[in-house]
Design a protein around this ligand. Structure first.
Ligand SMILES: [Zn+2]
Length: 448
């Protein structure tokens, strides 16, 4: 085991009220760079609103705490005016790194930026929502400053590790890795057996598009679902020596979900058994309306476990419905260990500002939570959405995904990929294979 680098952290008394949040931010740096805080360490770091006169401690400037945060009855919320000032670099240290790195010192509030990103504090603002009631990508600091694909918390952690250790090029202790995940929004090529026929008739009669009708019938009845897709996804992961994670929706009649837990329990059990037999992971895909309703969330999970057996500990919220003030608490209360929901449906990048797994933070209860979050930068439907978000060529989509993979490689992070079960046709099918090549055999995926 590598030796940990010890340092002593002291806080400005004015920041003491935010000790829990500050410790959470420094924990992230320690975990990723092999550092440890120790009261007896010779290396001393001072985090405060202004440098101490006559002290030799390394100075780390603060500004998010306390100016940018309101402590309300229901936990932490962004203080809009204060936050806007420090985002724009007015007042004390700015929240964002300077364009050009400073020769001495940080010049910005790196621990504050880490907390701001990992906790998703800014998502407790009232800025409206997207058509699905979700926090809009455009409102995030990362999107507004065009930094969504260059994770801000990772940059801040590297800068802090450099400041604390004095090492010009601090090396993370994490390893580059890849996690393929597969939401199972449909088990067969349809929810109800009549659906493909009904929609194909619509293609013929209303849309006068017989080719589309044929495609629909093929996808619905003749594509060999779920086994064709399942076998291919598992074989691809096995080829590269990684485990896939398949996430299933619990029994639900909601039109936004899928009823396979009610209508196809036998097939569901067979599919789950096949996944487990080959050593892949089976997880939970909580349905519409569960993200802020603990009881409903749990009832769906328990009903799913009753059908398939075993405990489900990994997953992603269906439709990316999420509230950072509620959902991580629900997952933690229910002993979940891994949640890769954080993502926006219309962009490639890192919603929690990092390409590494990290603990969630409860904005309501003001403490670190046991559930691990991981942003999913690459999602099939973000590139090929049939008009819903974006529709790109395979080459353009691979190029965009490659940037995220390069970021993960640079910071030794984890590339989390979402490829739904049932993507048996192009462009999504070929795209996924090329993304895996980019991850495991970089260079070979280039278009010749
Ligand atoms: Zn889903």
């Amino acid at each position: 085991m590598t030796r940990l680098f010890p340092y002593h952290l002291s806080l400005d008394p004015e920041l003491e009220a935010f000790r829990s949040e500050i410790e959470f931010a420094f924990d992230f740096v320690d975990q990723n760079y092999g550092l440890v805080r120790s009261s007896s360490a010779a290396r001393k770091v001072y985090y405060g609103l202004r440098a101490l006169d006559g002290h030799s401690d390394i100075y780390c400037p603060a500004s998010l705490f306390p100016t940018g945060i309101d402590v309300a009855d229901d936990g932490l919320r962004p203080a809009s005016d204060g936050l806007r000032c420090i985002e724009n670099g007015k007042g004390r240290a700015p929240l964002l790194p300077p364009e050009k790195p400073l020769k001495n010192g940080l010049g910005y509030d790196a621990p504050g930026l880490i907390f701001h990103q990992l906790s998703r504090l800014e998502e407790r603002q009232s800025v409206g929502s997207d058509p699905y009631g979700r926090f809009p990508y455009d409102a995030t600091l990362a999107a507004r400053t065009r930094r969504y694909n260059s994770p801000l918390a990772d940059q801040a952690a590297e800068d802090l590790a450099r400041l604390i250790t004095g090492d010009v090029t601090p090396i993370p202790v994490t390893n580059f890795s890849v996690v393929p995940t597969h939401d199972v929004d449909k088990l067969r090529g349809y929810n109800y057996a009549i659906d493909p026929l009904r929609f194909a008739l619509g293609d013929m009669v209303k849309r006068h598009d017989p080719a589309r009708a044929l495609r629909r019938l093929h996808r619905g009845y003749f594509a060999g679902m779920p086994w064709s897709s399942l076998t291919e996804l598992m074989s691809l992961s096995e080829h590269y020596g990684v485990r896939s994670q398949f996430y299933f929706i619990g029994p639900s009649w909601a039109s936004e979900d899928t009823p396979y837990g009610h209508t196809m329990p036998k097939l569901l059990k067979q599919v789950v058994n096949a996944i487990r037999k080959r050593g892949h992971i089976v997880g939970y895909h909580p349905g519409h309306g569960t993200f802020n309703n603990a009881e409903y969330w749990r009832s769906q999970r328990d009903a799913l476990e009753a059908i398939i057996g075993g405990n489900l500990r990994h997953g992603r919220q269906h439709r990316l419905e999420y509230s950072f003030a509620h959902t991580p608490d629900i997952w933690s209360e229910n002993d979940m260990i891994f949640d890769c929901t954080p993502a926006f449906p219309n962009a490639t990048g890192f919603r929690t500002g990092t390409c590494r797994p990290h603990n969630a933070y409860s904005l309501v209860h003001r403490r670190s939570l046991p559930v691990t979050l991981l942003s999913t930068p690459i999602q099939d439907f973000a590139y090929f959405s049939n008009g819903k978000y974006r529709d790109m060529t395979i080459d353009a989509a691979v190029q965009e995904a490659r940037q995220a993979i390069d970021v993960c490689r640079r910071y030794r992070g984890t590339v989390c990929i979402l490829q739904h079960l049932g993507q048996v046709h192009d462009p999504a099918r070929s795209f996924y294979k090329r993304v895996l090549t980019e991850c495991f055999e970089p260079g070979l995926g280039e278009k010749t």
